[in-house]
Design a protein around this ligand. Structure first.
Ligand code: ATP
Length: 216
C-alpha cells in the first residue's frame, strides 16, 4: 500500500493490537468505539491512538469515535490480514519447542508450516501437528511453501550460518531469538528478541532507579 512507508515503526507495531481488539468488538456486535475506550482496554494513551489513526487517513469523526467495521476492514487491508504468511522455525530446543506449542494468539494469518533441527533425534516427527525436518531440507521446504519468515532458536554459534541459508532459500524476515547480531542483505528484516538481555535490563532498572522515576 502506498501509505506504508509514511507510518512510523512504533505505530506499525501497534496496528495488530488495534486489529485484534477491533475484531473482538466486532464479534461482540459493537458498531463504534472511541479512542478513550480503546485506550482503556489497550493501555495506550488516547492521544497516541488518535495520532496512530491519523497516519491511516480520515478514519474517525469528532464526537462519534471510530466505526468498528470500517476500521477493521481498513486495518485488514492495511495489514493484509487475509493473506496467510508461512513461517518456519529453526532449532527445536527448549525455546523452539515452546514456540511451536505457542498458539500465537490463534492468528489465522500466520502459519508455522515446518520446523528444522540438525539433531536426528529431533527430526522426522511432529510437534503439535508441525513437521520437524532435518536442516538439509531447509531450502526445499522453504521454496515449496513460499516461506517468507523464519523464527531462529538455534545456538548462537550457528545463528549466522543458518541465517545465510535462510536468506539463500528466499526468507525475507527473521525473528531472531539468539543473542547473535545477524548480518543480512538489504531487503531482509531482522527483529531481535533477546530474552536474557530483556530480563537483565528489567532487573537493572528495578535495582538502579527509584520507584517514581520508573513511572511512565
Ligand atoms: P536442548 O536442551 O533441547 O538441546 P536448548 O534450547 O538448550 O535445547 P540449544 O543448544 O540452544 O538447545 O539448541 C537449540 C536447538 O538448535 C537444538 O535442538 C539443537 O539441536 C539445534 N541446532 C543446533 N545446531 C543447529 C544447526 N546447525 N541447525 C539446526 N538446528 C541446530
Amino acid at each position: 500500500m502506498a501509505q506504508d512507508h509514511k507510518i512510523p515503526q512504533v505505530t506499525a507495531k501497534r496496528l495488530p493490537l488495534y486489529y485484534r481488539y477491533l475484531e473482538k468488538l466486532h464479534l461482540m456486535g459493537k458498531q463504534r468505539v472511541s479512542s478513550a475506550q480503546l485506550s482503556k482496554e489497550l493501555l495506550i494513551d488516547p492521544a497516541t491512538i488518535r495520532r496512530d489513526f491519523s497516519y491511516l487517513g480520515e478514519l474517525g469523526k469528532k464526537g462519534y469515535g471510530y466505526n468498528v467495521s470500517y476500521l477493521l476492514q481498513f486495518l485488514r487491508d492495511f495489514l493484509k490480514q487475509d493473506e496467510v504468511t508461512n513461517v518456519v522455525l529453526i532449532g527445536v530446543g527448549n525455546l523452539g519447542t515452546a514456540l511451536l506449542h505457542y498458539n500465537f494468539y490463534k492468528n489465522r494469518n500466520i502459519k508455522i508450516v515446518a520446523a528444522f533441527d540438525s539433531n536426528p533425534n529431533k527430526f522426522n516427527r511432529e510437534i503439535d501437528g508441525i513437521p520437524v525436518y532435518g536442516i538439509d531440507s531447509l531450502k526445499e521446504v522453504v521454496q515449496l511453501f513460499r516461506v517468507e519468515v523464519a523464527i531462529l532458536t538455534v545456538p548462537v554459534h550457528v545463528a549466522q550460518e543458518i541465517t545465510d541459508k535462510l536468506v539463500d532459500a528466499g526468507v525475507r524476515g527473521i525473528l531472531n531469538f539468539t543473542p547473535s547480531r545477524l548480518t543480512v542483505p538489504v531487503g531482509t528484516l531482522v527483529h531481535h528478541i533477546d530474552l536474557t538481555t530483556e530480563l537483565q535490563t528489567l532487573v537493572y532498572f528495578l535495582k538502579n532507579f527509584p520507584e517514581d522515576e520508573l513511572m511512565e
